[in-house]
Design a protein around this ligand. Structure first.
Ligand SMILES: Cc1cc2nc3c(=O)[nH]c(=O)nc-3n(C[C@H](O)[C@H](O)[C@H](O)COP(=O)(O)OP(=O)(O)OC[C@H]3O[C@@H](n4cnc5c(N)ncnc54)[C@H](O)[C@@H]3O)c2cc1C
Ligand SMILES: Cc1cc2nc3c(=O)[nH]c(=O)nc-3n(C[C@H](O)[C@H](O)[C@H](O)COP(=O)(O)O)c2cc1C
Length: 1210
């Protein structure tokens, strides 16, 4: 066995002596080993002597006498045009990853130019398969950062078990996707590998018939062709089990022109396809004997007889050739197809062989211009063209061949370009490949490449690759040649199959009507992952709705971002994001890890890129936290170049080689919908950040980000977006129109009906604590209410209360953490809804059940299953504790209410709201109707409680910043709560009451029990050291966590064993009038005790002309604040509503500029660094106070913006 490293085609390079150092016989070459652990080779597979599969020792059959280079020696590879491109290949030294092959090279002969390197084709033993599988899974799990994990070990066990049972095993879908891309990456002869991450995989392993193969390949051709904007794709059919049941595509390429030998010996058509044309004819295909006949697809499923199928001409895109200057060129009548799709190679990965695959990229011009048109064994048009050009063809020295071939290649590029069909010229391809080598060297220490094949056939030495040394070695997974199937085929027994002719539409229709199950399987090939992050449940609701829509045509899965395995993201096909924004432009809690992971990926990408684009000195890479919390101007410029869109990257006819770097998500298509409220300064900021980062990581945005503003038409925007994205996704993945009808019908229908939902008898009863825990997936703590008292003066629109409770269980928390409270809806609203339901018994436990229909060969069967979200409690409890009946109903709920009306006038009125989005929005924001009022407005509406319960959103817990300290108030929890109440219809309607704040206000001391849970707020904790100064800013109820701080600190100081330097604590509080100065007495006492050093009170309505806000006091103390932050390591805490928090941040920026020589940008950076150091803390409540003011203003702006942009839709 010889070493493939020596076969890199160096003989074709100008003789340099650079390689001498690697070619020199190496004295340290390993001797033939007698060690039992030495690797051995069976069927060309590298098998460790002690096989982990069988545990047996295998005999060494390896003869290494030809091994002239010690494998683990890095290899210097020079570029003779640009010495800076010199690299060191270390990849080949990873002995375990390099597959040794039976090459034709010997000790004295390099066979680098031999095209067909035979690979073993014998059926593999389980031992051989396992050895490859082990290597593959090592690489796969390393790629998802799980090498040697339990999952990795378990997977190997699973593989072993499958091998023992059936002699082979199945790859999971993400593993197959990974393998196909890696095999491309390892394809030594391919110059276009810079695109290796961008490959659409059609997993067709469920196909069992030749007809099924044909349909899948038609889909592939359509998808890959994409009206000329070619997309790389691969289709994979079932793997080899034994060699009697192989799947094979007999065609060398999916699209081929026939070649017919004429009586005079000349060939009509493509001489390169004469042999295969004859095979088709032998199988019974009836040719028309014309130039440019497309050969049928000859397909063999499960080792059965091959069948042939005519390709529908309407799916084949062809280019008619013309020359930009030579008018006569088009008279030659030349053409070529747009999609080069190799279909006779085998994918070899993890020991598994996929014998039927079809893979396409896009053409490099010379493949057509030089090889197909000018090879003497192909169309051979060179002389004809030269004569038309008037060249002297009798003498080689006139270089007529060279002149003609250039014009032919110009014509090819020009014609593809004219039709805007993807093609790349050889100069650009060469530059891209050099860039790829560079990328690969950084990413994995080298890139196996076959110089003989990489250098283009035209103007070789004018391209960069010609001057580049390359190392040729063989890695798996790989694409392999395999013996021509007709050579193995038993022609004696052959049965001629009927000639089949279909149009693509017919195929799709046939698939649809003949087998519903098959349609589902077909659609399952395209996976859609829908990820949501939510705080109050809306994004989840929308994401699930989207899942239902996509489920009709795709393999759709919905996950919360924190449930999703982030390491799978690179192997996704289509990701749809639905997310809200919380805090001050931050992710909801369950989106935090997701964005951090994306930022980490981005950092890794940036590290991979060259140093010239690194951030300027002194620039600290911000953490995800600060990136999310600051304005986008503060984010570092992404160092990796903007990835090109598919259109840009594919249409590289101009010689533009700017495909510098394909990010890790370059194979992933995505779209984002962001929920938010324009009442907040950073509207839908999290969604926008996710959209940007996914794009920067190379993802392909198939639709621009859309947002739904809570202030205006959020729901309508979502509906518009969901149907648009469905359409775009269907087009992107070439779904046929008639396959989509089901989905479209489903979009306009209610997901459930009165017939498919009911209240049944529960199998067991559960306590309220258990019921809440099962719905909210939280550990609930019942707590006894000890005290509820008013804080400060009441005014007509302001009231604040203090709540003290005693949890029944031990509660661990730190000051700054949040308490989640499970509220109850007001009794009068619950009653007004219950009295309108069709059900009558409200006080016995019931279980909401949904009808599930299952299709089986025996027909359909119907069963009732528990509703996943709603627990077994009474209907009254359901509407009191679990369902949101105060938020104005969505149009989905209204749709059902319209149906539940017996008076057609009522239905019409409701339908008006559903159909006119402006009207609906106006109604929602002006009337702010709760469900009781809605039902009152439509007297004939009598809904079924079970269906209503399934359609209504879940009542959300409310969060409160804990106002107590575990040290100062053990076994108690305190809250400071601003009561929400307001008059609807801009102050002229009835009073509405905030659900939770009023629930808390009306609790009975020492009697009522409430259900709560704690939530950590690690970014709002006190620093460990007591010596650093604290600046606390919390106007109104924003004082809540700050009270916990000063009480806690008092105990911390008391417990200090030795005197320590105690930092200053300054509190900035604001309210309207002196009477509303809550906790005044406590603050005074804290000042006396020295826990608070200074307290500033900003009164905004006390005096007519001397109103102050906390920001004013901050400004006055600007110099001291600057010193505390810059010199004394101080911490800055802001708590309360979002607008105030934003204004405070801007004020601090101004202060820093005024008291230092910082520019605006430097001040921003300083604040960002404070955030990264966890010294700038924010606890944002949302818009709780000033709600009407803020809402009206932002609604007006939102409406204007929408009207101006012409987006309003009804
Ligand atoms: C992390 C965090 C910490 C918090 N800490 C505290 C705290 O310590 N103390 C505290 O008091 N609050 C705090 N809140 C706010 C608290 O969670 C609740 O949002 C608040 O108590 C209101 O809840 P509710 O159920 O009473 O009102 P809801 O029933 O939720 O009603 C509030 C909604 O009513 C509507 N609304 C209000 N006014 C009007 C109007 N004029 N016109 C039309 N619609 C209107 C708005 O849609 C508003 O969102 C915190 C919030 C968060 C996110
Ligand atoms: C405390 C709080 C902070 C918020 N912060 C923002 C924000 O910074 N930007 C924004 O656009 N929306 C913000 N919102 C509005 C939410 O994004 C909006 O209500 C969204 O519809 C909630 O969707 P969800 O139920 O999926 O979480 C905030 C809401 C609250 C209650």
């Amino acid at each position: 066995m010889s070493n493939p490293l020596l076969c890199c085609g160096k003989g074709h390079l100008t003789p340099h002596d650079s390689e001498k150092e690697t070619l020199k016989p190496n004295k340290k070459t390993k001797k033939k080993s007698t060690n039992k652990m030495e690797p051995v080779f069976v069927n060309g597979n590298h098998i460790p002597a002690v096989c982990p599969f069988s545990g047996n020792s295998a005999e060494s059959v390896n003869d290494k006498k030809n091994l002239r280079v010690k494998l683990n020696q890095p290899m210097k590879l020079r570029n003779y045009l640009d010495s800076s491109l010199q690299t060191l290949d270390t990849l080949h030294t990873r002995e375990n990853d390099i597959a040794l092959i039976e090459s034709r090279c010997t000790r004295v002969v390099c066979s680098g130019s031999v095209i067909d390197i035979p690979r073993p084709d014998a059926v593999r033993t389980p031992e051989e398969i396992y050895c490859d599988a082990e290597k593959f899974f090592k690489e796969y799990y390393a790629s998802i950062r799980r090498e040697n994990s339990d999952a990795h070990r378990a997977r190997l066990q699973e593989v072993k078990a499958q091998l023992e049972k059936k002699g082979t095993y199945d790859l999971k879908s993400p593993e197959l996707v990974y393998a196909t891309k890696l095999a491309w990456r390892n394809a030594t002869r391919c110059i276009g590998r810079i695109q290796w991450k961008k490959l659409q995989v059609f997993d067709c392993r469920e196909v069992t018939t030749a007809k099924g193969m044909f349909e899948a390949l038609c889909t592939h051709i359509k998808y890959g062709t994409n009206k000329g904007n070619i997309r790389s794709a691969i289709t994979i059919f079932p793997q080899r089990t034994d060699d009697k049941h192989d799947y094979r595509i007999w065609n060398p390429q999916l699209i081929n022109y026939a070649g017919y030998v004429q009586e005079d010996g000349s060939v009509l058509g493509d001489p390169g396809r004469v042999e295969f044309t004859n095979i088709c004819i032998k199988l019974g295909w009836k040719p028309t004997y014309k130039m440019w006949d497309i050969l049928p697809l000859v397909l063999q499923a499960d080792g059965k007889e091959p069948e042939f199928f005519d390709l529908p001409r309407d799916i084949i895109l062809e280019v008619q050739m013309e020359h930009p200057e030579l008018d006569w060129f088009k008279e030659l009548g030349l053409r070529w197809y747009a999609l080069p799709a190799v279909s006779n190679m085998k994918l070899d990965c993890g020991g598994i062989e996929f014998t039927a695959t079809a893979f396409n990229g896009w053409y490099m011009g010379t493949e057509i211009g030089c090889r197909n048109f000018c090879d003497a064994s192909r169309l051979n048009i060179l002389e004809k063209v030269a004569l038309r050009m008037g060249l002297e063809t009798t003498s080689a020295v006139s270089l007529w061949k060279d002149q003609a071939v250039v014009e032919i290649n110009k014509a090819v590029l020009h014609s593809f370009h004219r039709d805007t069909i993807s093609i790349v010229d050889h100069h650009s391809a060469s530059e891209q490949f050099i860039k790829h080598l560079e990328n690969e060297n950084k990413a994995r220490g080298g890139c196996p490449a076959d110089w003989v094949w990489i250098i283009p056939p035209l103007s070789s030495s004018l391209t960069q690759v010609f001057h580049q040394e390359m190392a040729n070695y063989y890695m798996k997974p790989s694409y392999e040649y395999q013996p021509d199937p007709w050579k193995k085929y038993n022609w004696e027994k052959s049965e001629v199959k009927p000639h089949r002719k279909f149009h693509f539409k017919q195929i799709a229709r046939a698939v649809k009507f003949t087998s519903k199950l098959f349609t589902t399987a077909l659609s399952r090939r395209v996976k859609v992952t829908i990820l949501y992050a939510t705080e109050t449940g809306k994004s989840e609701q929308y994401a699930k709705e989207l899942g239902t829509i996509f489920g009709h045509a795709f393999n759709a899965q919905v996950f919360a971002m924190d449930e999703y395995d982030m390491f799978s993201i690179e192997h996704e096909t289509l990701i749809l994001i639905v997310t809200s924004t919380f805090g001050n432009g931050e992710p909801p809690a369950n989106g935090q890890d997701f964005i951090e992971h994306l930022f980490q990926m981005q950092n890794m990408e940036n590290e991979l890129n060259d140093s010239q684009s690194a951030p300027s000195p002194g620039f600290r890479t911000p953490t995800p936290k600060s990136l999310m919390r600051t304005n986008s101007v503060m984010s570092p410029p992404p160092t990796c170049k903007r990835p090109l869109s598919r259109v840009e990257s594919n249409r590289s006819t101009t010689g533009d080689s700017s495909i510098e770097h394909l990010g890790p998500l370059s194979n992933v298509s995505f779209a984002v919908f962001g929920l938010g409220s324009s009442a907040y300064p950073k509207f839908a900021n999290f969604a926008k950040t996710v959209d940007r980062v996914l794009g920067e990581l190379g993802g392909e945005r198939i639709l621009e980000i859309a947002t739904g503003d809570e202030m205006f038409a959020q729901e309508q925007e979502f509906r518009v977006w969901s149907s648009k994205i469905f359409q775009v996704a269907a087009e992107t993945f070439c779904m046929e129109e008639n396959m989509l009808t089901d989905a479209r019908n489903a979009i306009s229908k209610l997901p459930l009906t009165e017939e498919t939902i009911r209240f049944g008898k529960p199998s067991t009863t559960v306590s309220m604590k258990q019921a809440l825990e099962s719905t909210y997936k939280r550990q609930i703590i019942p707590s006894l209410v000890k005290k509820v008292k008013r804080l400060g003066d009441n005014t007509e629109d302001r009231e604040t209360i203090f709540v003290d409770m005693q949890p029944r269980d031990v509660v661990k928390y730190d000051p700054g953490d949040h308490l989640g409270v499970m509220p109850c809806n007001r009794e009068e609203i619950v009653n007004s809804v219950l009295k309108r339901l069709k059900e009558t018994d409200f006080d016995v436990p019931v279980q909401l059940q949904v009808m599930k229909e299952t299709l089986s060969p025996l027909g359909s069967s119907k069963t009732w299953e528990k509703h996943e979200r709603i627990p077994a409690v009474s209907i009254r409890d359901l509407f009191t504790r679990f369902l949101d009946i105060t938020t104005p109903p969505s149009t989905t709920v209204l749709k059902y209410l319209a149906k539940a009306c017996t008076d057609v006038k009522d239905s019409l009125k409701i339908n008006e709201l559903i159909l006119d989005s402006d009207k609906y929005d106006e109604w929602k924001h002006f009337q702010v109707p709760h469900l009781g009022e809605v039902l009152e407005g439509f007297p004939s509406c009598k809904p079924l409680g079970s269906l209503l319960a399934a359609l209504l959103p879940t009542l959300q817990p409310r969060f409160y910043s804990i106002s107590s300290s575990p040290l100062a108030h053990p076994k108690h929890i305190h809250l400071t709560v601003a009561i929400v109440f307001y008059k609807v219809r801009n102050g002229s309607g009835p009073v509405h009451y905030g659900v939770c704040s009023n629930y808390l206000k009306n609790l009975k001391e020492n009697k009522d029990e409430i259900f709560v849970f704690t939530r950590r707020a690690p970014t709002f904790h006190l620093p460990k050291s007591l010596s650093v100064p604290l600046i606390l800013i919390g106007p109104g109820s924003g004082i809540a966590p700050l009270r916990g701080f000063w009480h806690h600190r008092k105990y911390q100081i008391k417990e200090l064993s030795k005197k320590e330097n105690i930092g200053q604590v300054w509190l900035f509080f604001g309210c309207r009038t002196k009477g509303m100065d809550i906790y005044r007495v406590e603050k005074e006492q804290a000042v006396r005790e020295g826990t608070l050093n200074r307290v500033f009170l900003a009164l905004s309505r006390e005096k007519k002309d001397d109103n102050k806000y906390v920001q004013d006091h901050l400004r006055e103390e600007g110099q001291a604040i600057t010193r505390m932050l810059m010199e004394e390591g101080g911490h800055f805490y802001v708590c309360g509503d979002c607008k105030m928090a934003e204004e405070v941040q801007q004020t601090l920026k101004q202060i820093l500029q005024q008291h230092t020589n910082f520019s605006a940008l430097e001040a921003e950076h300083f604040i960002m660094n404070l955030m990264d150091d966890n010294r700038y803390h924010e606890d944002i409540f949302g818009i709780v106070l000033r709600t009407a003011e803020v809402k009206n203003a932002s609604r007006e702006t939102a409406r204007r913006t929408r009207l101006e942009s012409g987006q309003s839709q009804s």
